[in-house]
Design a protein around this ligand. Structure first.
Ligand code: PRX
Length: 642
């Protein structure tokens, strides 16, 4: 089947009619969109679904390779067009520009290397890499040979990496010697070496020399990337895979238990990433798109890599951080590469806001047309600051709500089309049927309502399972509110029908846009011998959105507080990663528990928010005097914050 151009919505009226059409006949709607891709074989049935068993298939019977849609189909007319611009951590180093033609060669070389190393269709491959083009080549090469990539953010510890490799049963790891994030040196290969002590499934490790760090290479297991690609062929026939063949696994945190490997499959994810990229950002040929997310998160998957490439766009890969070498780094990057669409997280915006106007001096931001926000609720102040100082009041801001599980953006304005309201994700995209329900699962119809955000109908980009644990997939997302996908977020629909996301309603916290399960941090804290028990909650943080507040009961009453904090923070870094270190550690004598032994986190959350009174019903508490003690102890930290 031949590919045509995807349809782009151009007006608000067109959005409204498209939305209505997409709900009346979703299969016809998505089928028409799917026609614009390159398929090796067409589908028999657009959609099969059952939310009770969480069995969902899109474009059943079809076959394709996503990389032919990301790369090959642009080669005839656009082989010289820049697909990727790499901006290094250190701005004095040269940027790299990679054309679609070069991208094709690089991905083919690596596809041949992976095949020679014995990686087969369906195998899982772990990618633990810096934000460099090779990370993108790695993902695409996996997809080209039909292997399943599992990218692990290169900020996770050796233990967290090992856990993810073991869970997915990865046969190979692709990594680099190391990298700098700002001034911080991170020795990735060392971390991988440590992780691989625990992972018998890994047969091969391919290492890209990025910074010339000294590394250990284990004969028979470790291979030098460049030596192997130097001798490989530049042609590789993309492997044909079924629509529902897994494309990737990406780990994310939930309320309870270990992180889950969210499984996305090929065709539906492709159609959804491409469609949402084109429409939300209103991408036009010639635009330079820059999403600052790391490739280790879903935003990096869908909007640094797949979305832009599926549309033949130019995407910027940024290796650095917003405040290195100074707080003008983003603005330099926009000026230098003439970025037209800039997509970042509220945390970054809030941290840069503190530096005022000086970092903008001498930077020309006139290339910008559209701004985006993702990962956490954006407060009105940060929205206004972004709009005025970065967009110079000329660029619409798309506040995009979505999740690892949704594959792509779900609720968002279409840039320049949907009337905006600061801090509102506004309206669902075509194909997305929302439901707001109360705690009992009753749907709240009409406007001016608040409740739990659910989705009542499948969309192509939705996750299909949790790797190796479909039952957990059903339990987590489809069993809480019968017949619906539950997002874990709360929201309100205002008098105009606009959606505002109010944040998680479960025990997941969002720290600087990083999703962390409170249970994971508790498990890490409890591993320390002197910790008897702990409870972790999120609290409002002016830059990070949420901070981590840990309440711990210690065995030794005389332990020095500084030492205790250092040891606990260090242990969380080792067990999860530096980004999960608690901001506040409060030693307590007891935790508020119900008679059945359940910790009442609701009370702890309120205390961490500075509440001293209104705790709602606490009659079920075993011993209400602990609450008084915790409130008293919390005052010290609350005073420090204000
Ligand atoms: O709570 C919501 C928040 O981030 C969660 C999803 O996290 P993750 O799977 O890591 O994906 C982040 C990037 C898509 C959601 O459940 N979230 C994401 N975007 C927004 C948001 N909260 C408010 N507004 C947003 N625009």
């Amino acid at each position: 089947m031949n590919s045509n151009h995807l349809q782009q919505i151009q007006t608000f009226e067109a959005y409204q009619t498209t939305y209505a059409k997409s709900c009346e006949n979703p299969e016809a709607f998505w089928s028409e969109i799917a026609q614009s891709f390159l398929w090796k074989k067409t589908w028999n049935k657009v959609l099969n679904w059952d939310f009770k068993t969480a069995e969902i298939t899109w474009f059943d019977g079809a076959a394709l390779n996503i990389t032919e849609n990301c790369i090959d189909r642009h080669l005839a007319n656009d082989s010289g067009k820049i697909a990727m611009i790499w901006e290094p951590n250190n701005p004095t180093e040269a940027a790299r520009k990679i054309s679609y033609g070069e991208l094709a060669s690089e991905v083919n070389l690596l596809s041949n290397v992976l095949t020679e190393l014995g990686v087969l269709k369906g195998d899982r491959v772990c990618i633990y890499m810096p934000m460099i083009p090779e990370a993108a080549f790695a993902m695409l090469a996996c997809a080209r040979i039909g292997a399943i990539h599992s990218v692990v953010f290169a900020g996770f510890s050796a233990q967290a990496l090992a856990d993810r490799i073991i869970d997915a049963g990865c046969v190979a790891v692709l990594t680099a010697d190391g990298m700098f994030r700002g001034e911080k040196k991170i020795e990735l290969k060392k971390i991988v070496d440590e992780a691989l002590l625990q992972t018998p499934s890994v047969q091969k490790c391919l290492v890209y020399q990025h910074r010339n760090f000294d590394i250990n290479m284990e004969v028979g297991r470790d291979f030098d990337w460049c030596s192997l690609t130097a001798n490989a062929a530049t042609h590789f026939n993309a492997v044909s895979v079924d629509s529902e063949a897994p494309l990737f696994v990406l780990y994310t945190s939930g309320s309870t238990g270990k992180p889950k490997g969210i499984l996305h499959t090929t065709a539906g994810y492709m159609v959804y990433a491409a469609y949402t990229f084109l429409n939300v950002f209103q991408y036009k040929p010639g635009d330079v798109f820059c999403c600052t997310a790391d490739i280790g998160w879903i935003t990096g998957h869908s909007y640094v890599l797949y979305g832009p490439l599926l549309n033949g766009g130019t995407t910027v890969l940024f290796e650095g951080i917003p405040n290195y070498p100074d707080a003008g780094r983003f603005w330099d990057l926009i000026d230098k590469h003439k970025v037209s669409i800039f997509y970042t997280a509220p945390t970054a915006i809030r941290s840069l806001e503190l530096y005022g106007k000086a970092p903008f001096e001498g930077k020309n931001l006139s290339s910008l047309k559209v701004l985006g926000s993702v990962g956490e609720p954006i407060n009105e102040d940060a929205w206004q600051w972004y709009f005025e100082n970065v967009g110079k009041m000329n660029c619409p801001i798309v506040d995009t709500w979505w999740q690892t599980e949704t594959g792509g953006i779900m609720i968002s304005p279409l840039a320049g089309i949907t009337p905006l309201k600061p801090a509102f994700a506004t309206l669902p995209l075509p194909g997305i049927q929302l439901a707001i329900v109360d705690d009992k699962g009753n749907e709240l119809y009409g406007n001016d309502v608040a409740g739990n955000l659910c989705i009542r109908y499948p969309w192509p980009g939705m996750a299909r399972s949790i790797y190796g644990n479909h039952e957990r997939f059903i339990q987590t997302y489809f069993s809480i509110y019968s017949g619906m996908y539950f997002t874990g977020d709360g929201c309100k629909r205002d008098e105009d029908g606009y959606i505002r996301i109010t944040g998680r309603v479960d025990d997941v916290i969002n720290v600087s846009g990083h999703r962390i399960g409170t249970g994971e941090v508790e498990d890490a804290l409890n591993e320390k011998g002197f910790v008897v028990e702990s409870a972790v909650v999120g609290y409002p943080h002016h830059i990070k959105g949420q901070g981590i507040w840990a309440f711990v009961i210690c065995e030794q009453a005389d332990i020095d507080y500084e030492t205790l904090c250092n040891e606990l923070r260090q242990h969380v870094s080792v067990s999860i990663g530096g980004f999960a270190r608690p901001d506040v550690i409060q030693v307590v004598k007891g935790l508020p528990k119900t008679r059945s032994g359940k910790i009442m986190r609701r009370i702890l959350r309120k205390i961490a928010e500075g509440e001293t009174n209104a705790f709602g019903d606490i009659t079920t508490l075993l011993d209400s005097s602990v609450v008084e003690q915790i409130i008293e102890g919390a005052q010290v930290f609350l005073r420090q914050k204000s």
